[in-house]
Ligand binder design. Structure first.
Ligand code: 5SP
Length: 222
């Protein structure tokens, strides 16, 4: 099994919250594949964002694309069914935010969503040995979580290479996602390191022309 077709997932953390439906729809109309939905709780990370009610509102507004929920919350399990019910397609969480990683993965999948595990820049990949075959995606953070607009941390490239090898050696169809500081300038090197799913917030939503930015990313991915 090799890399899957590239997915570009704009992080709506950088969208205009006063007109979130319109801005999300504009990114999708400009060529994005998924919507990346960052949930922060002012506990696991020092910031507070959006929850299931906002996700549900986006679905009601008419956003039909996959919504990729990144939970930066602790604890995790209590809130999983709420996001599934609101219309999440995938739900990813940080292993250190759950007491029982395997159980949380099962809970997400039983709720009808794809399951992902997220690794911060300094978090060990050890637990992947035990759960990789139960996951739909692995998300490598290339910034410390909590804020958009940070600079890409280059050591994430080595982590991507390691996870790519693990996925390929086991012949799995797990997506390898990257998040933080992704731009049209660095996305080629990130793709070469093995990522197939690219989260970008500021680079897309702060661009004058969403379509041109996404097209430049696709060209650089190759
Ligand atoms: O989860 C996070 C930050 O915690 C990310 O999704 C960022 O929101 C990505 O934003 P940019 O770095 O692309 O601006």
């Amino acid at each position: 099994m090799s890399k899957q077709s590239p997915i570009i997932a704009p992080s709506i953390l950088a969208a205009d919250f006063a007109r979130l439906g319109d801005d999300t729809a504009a990114a999708l109309a400009a060529g994005a594949d998924w919507v990346h939905f960052d949930v922060m709780d002012n506990h696991y990370v020092p910031n507070l964002t959006i929850g299931p009610m906002v996700l549900s509102a986006l679905r009601k507004y008419g956003i039909a694309a996959p919504i990729d929920v990144h939970l930066m919350v602790k604890p995790v399990d209590r809130i999983v069914p709420d996001f599934a019910k609101a219309g999440a397609s995938s739900i990813s969480f940080h292993p250190e935010a759950s007491e029982h990683v395997d159980r949380t993965i099962g809970l997400i999948r039983d709720s009808g969503c794809q399951a992902g595990l997220v690794f911060n820049p300094a978090t060990s990949l050890d637990c992947l040995d035990y759960v990789l075959d139960k996951l739909d995606l692995v998300l490598i953070m290339s910034v410390n979580p909590g804020f958009g607009g940070q600079k890409f941390i280059p050591m994430a490239l080595e982590k991507l290479r390691r996870v790519r090898r693990m996925i390929d050696e086991r012949g799995l169809a797990v997506r390898l996602e990257v998040d933080g500081g992704v731009t049209a300038e660095n996305i080629g090197a990130i793709a070469a390191a093995g990522a197939d799913t690219f989260v970008a917030g500021s680079a897309i939503f702060h661009a004058a022309d969403y379509r041109a930015e996404i097209a430049a990313m696709r060209t650089a991915i190759g």
